[in-house]
Ligand binder design. Structure first.
Ligand code: COA
Length: 183
């Protein structure tokens, strides 16, 4: 079971079938998928793809989190993923996708930060990567603000830049665990 995260403005909880329609509606916006090589060709294959991603059994601590605005009537804003690359790995990728109305408010970075921290501190990952289309400036900026840096590596996607971040040294992980524990 994945943890729930609360940030200053957002709630992240594991994505479930309840988020299916909202996830599909988000992807139906051509600007949202402008830089994404989508694997579906019509509405039926799109729905099948999202359902399969929701139902997939990810390794412990990994998966998708739906992002909601806090408050009384939380609105679906998108998702953050932390999964094996293309579901097979061995690299672990982090990814983000938000509805257009949610862009430009710092939500992407705010939502991804606790997921990245969870990946290092709880799951114990050694490295997290993000393959981002060269022209996707907003996404590249999110990666940079989270501390990921471009890495030169042979990879399958020539249009993409691979960003990566390695786990902080053990001593700083222990210090951060103390901080959480003493709150
Ligand atoms: C990528 C995405 C999640 C960013 O969400 P967001 O909430 O707007 O991100 P943030 O506000 O945290 O940060 C965006 C940063 O990019 C900058 N930015 C946005 N558009 C930009 C552009 N066209 N050129 C340069 N910088 C841009 C913003 O100014 C901000 O940087 P700053 O804080 O230094 O000012 C959102 O645009 C999205 O969902 N895009 C569609 C899906 C997608 O492409 N996902 C990534 C696939 S790799």
């Amino acid at each position: 079971m994945l943890p729930i995260f609360a940030t200053e403005r957002l709630i992240l909880r594991p994505r479930t079938m309840r988020d299916l329609a909202a996830s599909i509606a988000m992807d139906d916006d051509p600007l949202v998928i402008r830089f994404i090589e989508v694997p579906w060709s019509d509405a039926a294959s799109h729905t099948a793809f999202v359902m399969a991603r929701i139902a997939h059994r990810y390794p412990p601590g990994l998966g998708y989190w739906s992002v909601f605005e806090g408050g009384d009537r939380p609105a679906f804003l998108g998702w953050i993923l932390l999964t094996p690359l293309d579901l097979v790995g061995p690299e672990i990728e982090i990814g983000w996708r938000l509805t257009r109305a949610a862009w430009g408010k710092g939500y992407g970075t705010e939502a991804a930060a606790p997921v990245l921290r969870h990946g290092f501190e709880t799951v114990g990952l050694d490295r997290v990567i993000a393959d981002i289309d060269r022209a996707n400036s907003a996404s590249r900026r999110v990666a940079e603000k989270l501390g990921l840096r471009p890495i030169v590596e042979d990879q399958k996607r020539p249009r993409a830049v691979r960003y990566g971040l390695t786990a902080p040294p053990i001593s700083s992980r222990v210090r951060s665990a103390h901080r959480v524990a003493s709150r």
